[in-house]
Design a binder for this molecule. Sequence first.
Ligand code: FPP
Length: 255
Amino acid sequence: MSIPAIENSVNGRNVPELPSLDLSRLPRHIAIIMDGNGRWAQQHGVTRASGHEAGAKSVRAVVEASRELGIGVLSLYAFSTENWRRSKLEVSALFRLLSKYIGIELESIHKENIRVTVMGRIEGLPARAQEDLRHAMELTAGNTAMVLNVAINYGARAELADAARKIAVAVCEGRLQPEDVDEACLARHLYVPSLPDPDMLIRTSGEMRLSNFMLWQLSYAEIVLTPTLWPDFRKPDLYKAIAEFQSRARRFGGR
Ligand code: FPP
């Protein structure tokens, strides 16, 4: 994946200068709620599907910038368990876009030694999306430079309910004792248990909600909000968010 030159202007918006970062204090895991595609589409007088298409360009830019910086894990909220309430047209456009993105980007993601993981109820997705995601996960399973963790058909409450069910089955089958069920045990039954908790959460478009995203894992994450709509979000916006993260004092409940 070649690292593109920094754009001075994205979608007609001037992008800020790159702030300098302390490379010894980068977040290990960045989670992003990519919000604002619909409002961006409205502002530009195009369909919501075109807004998501524009959002896919930001995904590319942020994956490249994160890989280049040496971020360990990037989690992206692509489709929630609540997003099924959108029109059929928009839902099918989103899944078509996902398959198109995988078709175009998977080779370079693999070449860049990035591992793809998927967090969510994969079995509830359309067959084509399941196939493409499984292929991406299998192809990149041995990669070690960065994890691109895609949350799709994901809800944190569903994840916790699914973890509780797996634990209940293990207890019923005698593989686990009730007294073994503690925080570490629950964490081991999440969708992708190998990932460290996110250090920071970025939400674009000015909204200030968690929207059922990684509620367990985000317990101590620094939350960074930006008014920038997701399709306008680029490398300088990511750097600015990381600079804000680096300005915070993290105490994890201590002093
Ligand atoms: C939220 O904006 C965005 C989504 C529900 C979908 C995110 C999907 C992409 C960025 C497409 C590509 C993703 C991958 C992983 C290839 P919204 O539609 O809720 O915006 P609004 O709040 O302005 O209506």
